[in-house]
Design a protein around this ligand. Sequence first.
Ligand code: ATP
Ligand code: ZN
Length: 226
Amino acid sequence: PVQPRERLRVAIQKSGRLGEPARELLASCGLTWRESRDKLFLYGESLPVDILLVRDDDIPGLIADGVCDLGIVGRNVLVEHGLEREAQGRPADLNEWRQLGWGTCRLDIAIPESEEWTGPQQLEGLRIATSYPQTLGRWLRDNGVDAEPVVLNGSVEIAPRLGQADVVCDLVSTGGTLRANQLRPVTTILHSEAVIAGPRATLDDGRQEIADLLVRRLDGALQLKE
Ligand code: ATP
Ligand code: ZN
């Protein structure tokens, strides 16, 4: 079991698209910090809140394992984690505490530009490159389509050109990357944005109180932005 802690730990992306806005959001809650020498931790000074800097994909697992208490992560990563847990017969353990309104993107099916789109049935028997096999799998089941997910951890959009897949299921914001690869989005399977992820259960020890305080300040900061 995890040791009782009197400080809250929040996991955010170390770099990438969500890292900087996440730091700005926490700073707008009045949190100040100093960086650890290895640049993995930001030690909170003004509040008992420490920040762990990690890859976004690791955030749900860190919360699920009790290593961190909260996280700032894309809904796409959180949903994929939840479905993965369910597939393993374990209950979904995390949920969205707040939606943040930035980091918005879609998880879209995209097909070669030259092809016409007639609907989900068209995907029957095709190979679909994705980093989100669970989310894609649920959508395929919901639509009664039997296709073959090809799981790739990066460069999903070049898979059709390489002959690894026929179509892709990838994150899209402007569509520029798809266009550069002669693909076009045809249907959205998930609308995503950055969220505060946290456990369904209340936190033990003093952490729930700190979490409540942080979330109150977050709500204030989010309202000011509107
Ligand atoms: P890490 O090194 O942390 O694993 P990454 O390459 O997986 O980084 P980013 O590309 O920084 O991650 O994306 C982080 C999140 O930003 C995504 O999970 C998604 O929620 C959001 N996002 C917003 N727009 C886009 C986009 N156009 N493409 C990819 N992700 C996007
Ligand atoms: Zn990632």
